[in-house]
Ligand binder design. Structure first.
Ligand SMILES: *[C@@H]1O[C@H](CO)[C@@H](O)[C@H](O)[C@H]1NC(C)=O
Length: 204
């Protein structure tokens, strides 16, 4: 009996792995969480007019074996627009602010650390914090949702990350499918900006 438990768990895990989208929200609902799915587009513009990504560290090592022209340690800081649709003219909903660093000696993998700060739409004022590996030649990359603010307080989840298209050699459009679970079953709390007058007249 005891010996068969790991196999049962393995089969359950396998079933989940084969249908990640099916098992995962069920688990989230059981914990009383609220699942939020967002599809966004991120514009990473590495040069030219409207540049949003700037290399701040040029890795001093040898040329990277898997990424022509790149070096271990190369680091880029970004403030990339997040839009509703893939076109640059599509409605702006926020900005992806952070860095990506070539942190693998051999593999073409960037370490992404960023905040998706929403400046419009339903989640205006809230943010999602994302960390993880970007295997640049993979069709779909997965990075982790490790937290957030406002409507995304204590968020957990993942982001499926795809290259949607190249607008030009220097303008990459990424498609991000964000799956985040936040605790609690109710609607998203609206973050309340501090009321300066209220604070001034607050009686201790
Ligand atoms: C987002 O929220 C800020 C602060 O409350 C507000 O000034 C701004 O107009 C909002 N933007 C949109 C697009 O709703």
């Amino acid at each position: 009996m005891a010996a068969s438990m790991p196999r049962v768990l393995f089969l359950v895990s396998l079933a989940c792995a084969m249908a990640i989208g099916a098992c995962w929200p069920v688990a989230a609902a059981k914990r009383g969480g609220r699942l939020i799915h967002l599809k966004l587009y991120m514009h990473d513009i590495t040069g030219g007019p409207g540049q949003t990504a700037v290399q701040v560290v040029k890795g001093p090592g040898a040329a990277h074996p898997a990424m022509p022209g790149a070096h271990f340690g190369d680091t880029t800081v970004i403030d990339d627009p997040l839009t509703e649709g893939p076109a640059a003219s599509s409605r702006l909903v926020g900005r992806a602010q952070g860095t990506y660093m070539l942190a693998s000696l051999k593999e073409p993998v960037l370490m992404v650390t960023m905040t998706m700060a929403f400046t419009g739409g339903a989640y205006n004022g809230s943010s999602i914090v994302v960390v993880g590996p970007d295997d640049v030649f993979a069709a779909v990359r997965e990075v982790a949702v490790v937290g957030g603010t406002g409507a995304f307080r204590r968020a957990t989840g993942h982001v499926l990350w795809r290259t949607a298209r190249m607008e030009s050699r220097e303008h990459m459009v990424l498609e991000l499918d964000v799956y985040a679970t936040v605790p609690g079953a109710g609607p998203a709390p609206k973050p309340k900006p501090p009321r300066v007058d209220g604070m001034l007249h607050h009686k201790a």
